[in-house]
Ligand binder design. Structure first.
Ligand code: MSP
Length: 699
């Protein structure tokens, strides 16, 4: 099946993934959305009609369960979290043209149309299926009953259903053919290789409906089925444009902007976007997106920032302390796009002070202030024709090279390098200013000559700032708007729209332009900035646990009883908080106990947030676990049996009321429960097949 000829000219359509509403937005979500925003702005500045879409993915069992856990209806719960995404995007100055919610009628209509078209064309049929389902990934996995999900390690559930199936197996060859003919379709290369290997490994038909829950879009004509959440979600890219609508204006928009130029996604959802989605589109006879580009993960404390790991940082925290532009700049400059990158408050503040406060911000305020001091704020008529060898000619040449290099690197999505290029122009202009020292008149220089030098230097520096500012607008919309105004150029958003930022030939800042008063751009971040951000996060973690996990603001009943921290009696389960796992005990060795004795042991569900080896203790792991209502540190003697990285995110059972004790100088606050297996007493951690809320008590 070929990609029907694309007829659109000079239009550009970019999308973010639509975000699940089971968790509040964090920096990981903000990252993908900010990247799209910067690209969308840059296209608009080039005069290209652009459509930028984002939204929320609100159906499925995961959302249904999160809502139940929070004691709210799925619709209410989804609306609340979706609202948070929407208002955060506004706060970050994002210019999405639309925000789709999969619970909207326009979406439902489009998804049902897609399903019907595929069924009518014979690509969807009814069959029955029993398999292991991973609720977290919303995916059937190839694994025996009782085993964890091979992708995310969480427990799977055995699900047996009569389902509708999509004939994915029929698209194996067509997909490979397509990938080969369009090497730019999957980017970067590493993802393309992964996807191709997956498809070459063989494709089975895909179950595209569920009957085990109801929170979804009904299958047209067979309403006890809801449409598979990934088919529902992927379709947002066309339903938001108007696919399935009867309104001619919407149909026109669909024709104008589809196919998408870029679906920007996180790398973990490549398979859905590069295998299922193109297969659905081929089957429906619709054109395929031009590219699916995967960004790497934003890591915090060395693991993927995510709600389930519990290591999230909110964008609001950074915005509150350093501003939205600081966050945008940092994410694009610091992370090599396509790769994983670390987020730390230290690196953020360092970049902010180095590049923004002392770099660009300082250059602008020096130049604008001098323009006011020496020329009453009016750009002087100073740029005499440049001659070879004059320093001004060097600045002009540097600016022109920068324009070309920056654009090429930015368009190639090498954002970090493009900003490095642009900031080296800032450094060059800074050096030129310092070397020309327009604020200092040597005695041998006449007043006239000095005024001419001041005019030339300030006009040159201001022109270089104008160019830098125009190029930086997609990344720093708020601060470049201030600079544009200070240079007397009006509103930069309008300049972007009118095409003024497109042709950036040297000499665009005209003599006689009246500059506005200098205003602070990036006040230097003081030492306490990091601490302030950390405090904001800590405060938020407490309230977020209460609001989203369903725990009320008071601790759960059992915890509220505050039992005296009595040491547990001889533990029945193996105590793995110690360096050596105890050998397995024959049950008969223990005297019988009454229920009141058992009740003294407070067993609770906790999730491992951090797991690392303890230096010089080869059996010990240091764990940080989340009980939903509090976090704590536990030392467990399982290092010889479990890789710490594999434990992160895993739910375990802990003895929560064990008296604290010190091991290797570190306090252990509780004990992880495990079965003790074989002669060696190898620990096997206790877990659950169903999803269980944090803090739930075992009794
Ligand atoms: N709802 C699906 C996507 C459906 S698209 C048709 C989904 N949602 S999600 O909320 O779990 O994640 C969506 C996206 O958020 C990721 O693909 C990625 O773009 C972004 N990120 C979430 N956490 C992230 C990081 N820690 N780092 C980088 N991006 C991250 O999957």
């Amino acid at each position: 099946m070929s990609n029907p000829e694309n007829t659109k000219t000079q239009s550009f359509y970019i999308t973010t993934p639509i975000y699940y509403v089971n968790a509040r937005p964090h920096l990981g979500h903000a990252y993908s959305t900010i990247v799209c925003d910067a690209i969308a702005r840059s296209k608009r500045a080039q005069g290209i009609a652009t459509w930028f879409l984002t939204g929320t993915d609100e159906h499925g069992q995961k959302i249904e369960r999160s809502a139940a856990q929070a004691g709210r209806s799925p619709a209410e719960f989804a609306a609340a979290i979706s609202g948070e995404f929407r208002s955060l995007w506004q706060r970050l100055g994002l210019t999405n043209d639309d925000f789709i919610r999969t619970t909207e009628d326009r979406h439902k209509r489009g998804v049902q149309k897609l399903f019907t078209v595929l069924r009518d064309k014979g690509f969807i049929y009814k069959g029955s299926y029993t398999g292991q389902y991973c609720v977290s990934d919303e995916l059937y996995v190839d694994a025996p009953p009782g085993s964890p999900c091979p992708d995310c390690g969480r427990p799977t559930e055995t699900v047996s259903e009569e389902n509708y199936f999509f004939k994915l197996s029929a698209f194996e060859g067509k997909l490979i053919e397509y990938y080969e003919a369009h090497p730019e379709f999957i980017q970067p290369e590493a993802r393309r290789n992964e996807v191709m290997a997956f498809v070459r490994g063989g494709l089975k038909d895909l179950s595209v409906s569920r009957t085990s829950f109801t929170w979804g879009i009904p299958v047209p004509g067979d309403e006890k089925h809801v449409i598979y959440v990934w088919m529902d979600a992927l379709a947002n890219y066309i339903t938001a444009l108007g696919y399935g609508s009867d309104d001619p204006a919407e149909q026109k928009r669909f024709e104008r902007f589809w196919p998408a130029d870029i679906h920007l996604i996180g790398k973990e959802i490549s398979r859905f976007h590069c295998v299922y989605w193109p297969a659905f589109l081929m089957a429906a006879g619709l054109p395929l997106p031009r590219s699916v580009v995967a960004n790497g993960w934003l890591l915090f404390d060395k693991s993927k920032m995510s709600k389930s790991v519990g290591n999230i940082v909110r964008a609001e925290t950074v915005v509150e302390v350093l501003g939205a532009d600081a966050l945008r700049y940092f994410l694009l400059r610091e992370i090599s796009f396509g790769h994983d990158g670390n987020f730390t408050f230290e690196a953020l503040v360092q970049r902010y002070n180095g590049d923004l406060a002392n770099g660009y911000g300082n250059l602008v305020s020096r130049v604008v202030a001098m323009m006011h001091r020496y020329f009453a704020g009016v750009v002087p008529p100073a740029i005499a024709p440049l001659e070879a060898g004059e320093p001004e000619q060097g600045i002009c040449a540097a600016a022109e090279t920068t324009i070309t290099a920056f654009r090429a690197q930015f368009d190639a999505m090498d954002f970090s390098r493009s900003l490095e290029t642009l900031w080296s122009l800032v450094a060059t202009v800074d050096g030129y200013l310092t070397a020309s020292a327009p604020w200092k008149k040597p005695t041998e220089r006449s007043e006239d000559e000095h005024a001419q030098l001041q005019a030339r230097v300030l006009a040159t520096a201001a022109e270089a700032i104008r160019i830098t500012t125009a190029l930086a607008w997609p990344i720093l919309p708020e601060s470049t708007a201030k600079v544009w105004r200070q240079l007397g150029l009006g509103a930069i958003d309008q300049a972007a729209e009118s095409g003024e930022l497109k042709s950036l030939a040297w000499g665009g800042l005209k003599a006689g332009t009246q500059c506005n008063a200098p205003a602070a751009l990036f006040p230097r971040a003081e030492k306490d900035a990091i601490e302030r951000m950390q405090n904001l996060e800590n405060q938020n973690n407490l309230t977020a646990v209460a609001a989203v996990s369903g725990a009320e603001t008071t601790a759960p009943a059992a915890a509220a009883e505050a039992p005296a921290p009595t040491p547990a009696p001889t533990p029945a389960p193996t105590q793995v908080a110690e360096a050596t796992p105890a050998p397995s005990l024959a049950v008969t060795q223990n005297p019988q106990i009454g229920i009141e004795d058992f009740a003294k042991v407070e067993l609770r569900v906790a999730q491992i947030l951090v797991a690392e080896r303890v230096p010089k203790a080869d059996k010990l792991l240091r764990l940080e676990v989340d009980l939903g209502y509090e976090k704590r540190q536990i030392l467990a003697g399982i290092a010889q049996f479990y890789e710490p990285e594999k434990l992160i995110g895993r739910k375990v059972v802990i003895v929560a009321n064990l008296a604290p004790r010190k091991l290797r100088g570190l306090e252990s606050n509780g004990m992880v429960v495990a079965a003790s297996v074989g002669d060696e007493g190898a620990p096997v951690l206790a877990g659950f097949l169903e999803d269980v809320p944090l803090g739930a008590r075992l009794k």
